[in-house]
Design a protein around this ligand. Structure first.
Ligand code: PMP
Length: 447
């Protein structure tokens, strides 16, 4: 079918007909043909171990047979919106999804993307509290739509127009770098959360917008796109208390951290021993199929019921059967346990690289959500220059391992594979990263 689309022609079409804001990975971007579980294949038949899962989207495995079959079956039956009629799929899905969430999180609103879900969560929070101010952390990514872009506080996603009225950004309680990083910090972040929730010229915190969870060993929590940044133990609990004390509600963005990826728990917030007022999820919820969800309490959901609020595609039968099949696959394939087992194993193996190489500043994570922070040296913790990190990353790709990037300076490798990855795959990945690091050292020595 694609014989008339040679690589060069596609590059030209990209230049002329595809939005330039969509940036691609790698000097020579991959031309992908097929995916199977934790593997991707290009048109030349080369196989890659996917450690980034289509940006933390493929939860149960590329083209997982159970999910594919459920979609195929529904595709030949009915797939238009059924929001004004009834169809069993949305009922089955709402029942299944809410059974995985604690009380009082029992009401589901299905959307099509994480941005949409977070938009809606923010809207509901404002309607319910009648407060306007929203707080997020520096370095947070919550979506690209204009409403929620105010909460996305990574410079590279910001554009030159005003948006996000009422959105404030607090300092990031990062224990590796920043005001709380290293041994120089005076106040603990938990002490300073009081200061940051009231500082930055914003009104006292009304609600806090978060996505985070704890690190396996030291019980630290961390962000996704900003490079798996850790939050300290007890931070979230204190933050929730302060926000609620001020009449706010807490939203947990589980777009990357939900569905068992952290291993020990199904949802990231559970690792902090808190229960949010609103939970949003996307990406892994559909294993790559565009769907997302907002789950909240009856009271908060009712705030939106005074008038109509409609989403044409949200909760369509195709999305709902896919969502159900994903939940079944997580259970049947024991993927949460696999995240825990393989994730912990991989963290320990990667920690050996941190101990061996001066440029590996930190290895952190929980389950299959891992960050490898690259530095010039462990003392200064300066980010390794972009070109040097990029070469290591390209070398890994050339050896058959795809890794994500993140962090304020693009200094962190993000390892968030499909949850079906095995220990053998982890060994292969660590060996490849090890070789790429050795090559870097050889290059550095030669210069
Ligand atoms: N929240 C988080 C934590 C995300 O990582 C993303 C996507 N990277 C979003 C929200 C937005 O999701 P979407 O791209 O589906 O709009």
């Amino acid at each position: 079918k694609y014989r008339s689309y040679p690589y060069e022609r596609m590059l030209k079409i990209r230049e002329q007909n595809i939005a330039p804001s969509l940036r691609m990975y790698y000097k020579k971007p991959l031309l992908l043909h097929q995916g199977h579980m934790q593997w991707l294949f290009d048109y030349e038949g080369r196989r890659y171990l996917d450690l980034f899962a289509g940006i933390v989207t493929v939860s149960v495995g590329h083209c997982h047979p159970k999910v594919t079959m459920a979609a195929q079956k529904q595709l030949s039956c009915l797939w238009h919106t059924t929001n004004i009629y009834m169809h069993p799929s949305i009922h089955e899905y709402a029942e299944k999804l809410t059974s995985l969430l604690p009380d009082p999180l029992k009401v589901v609103y299905l959307t099509n993307s994480g941005s949409e879900a977070n938009d809606l969560a923010m809207f509901m929070a404002r309607l319910y509290t009648r407060n306007f101010d929203v707080i997020c952390f520096r370095g947070a990514y919550h979506g690209g739509s204009p409403y929620v872009l105010g909460l996305t506080s990574i410079g590279s996603y910001k554009h030159g127009v005003a948006n996000g009225f009422g959105c404030s950004t607090t300092m990031l309680p990062d224990v590796f770098r920043g005001p709380w990083g290293g041994s120089n910090c005076r106040d603990s972040p938990v002490q300073t959360v009081r200061k940051c929730s009231c500082s930055e010229g914003c009104h006292p915190a009304k609600f806090l917008f978060l996505f985070l969870f704890l690190k396996t060993f030291s019980f630290l929590s961390w962000q996704g796109i900003n490079g798996a940044v850790q939050y300290p133990k007890g931070f979230l609990k204190e933050a929730y208390r302060l926000v609620r004390e001020r009449g706010g509600v807490c939203i947990s963005d589980e777009v990357q951290t939900g569905f068992g990826r952290t291993g020990s728990h199904f949802w990231g917030f559970q690792t902090h021993d808190v229960i949010p007022d609103i939970v949003t999820s996307a990406k892994g919820i559909g294993n790559g199929f565009p769907m997302a969800a907002v789950v909240t309490t009856k009271e908060i959901a009712n705030s939106l019921a005074q008038n109509l609020h409609f989403n044409t595609f949200g909760g369509n039968p195709l999305a709902c059967v896919v969502g159900s099949a994903v939940l079944d696959a997580i259970e049947e394939d024991s993927l949460q346990k696999n995240s825990q087992d393989v994730g912990t194993y991989m963290l320990l193996e990667l920690a050996k690289l941190r101990d061996k190489f001066e440029i590996v500043g930190d290895v952190r994570g929980k389950g299959l959500m891992i960050g490898i922070e690259m530095v010039t040296d462990k003392d200064s913790r300066h980010p390794l220059p972009y070109e040097e990190i990029s070469q290591i990353w390209e070398d890994c790709k050339d050896m058959g391992v795809l890794i994500g990037r993140g962090g304020l300076y693009n200094q962190t490798f993000r390892v968030k594979p499909p949850m079906c990855i095995t220990k053998k795959d982890a060994d292969f990945a660590v060996e490849v990263i090890h070789t790429a690091l050795e090559r870097h050292m050889e290059r550095a020595a030669a210069n």
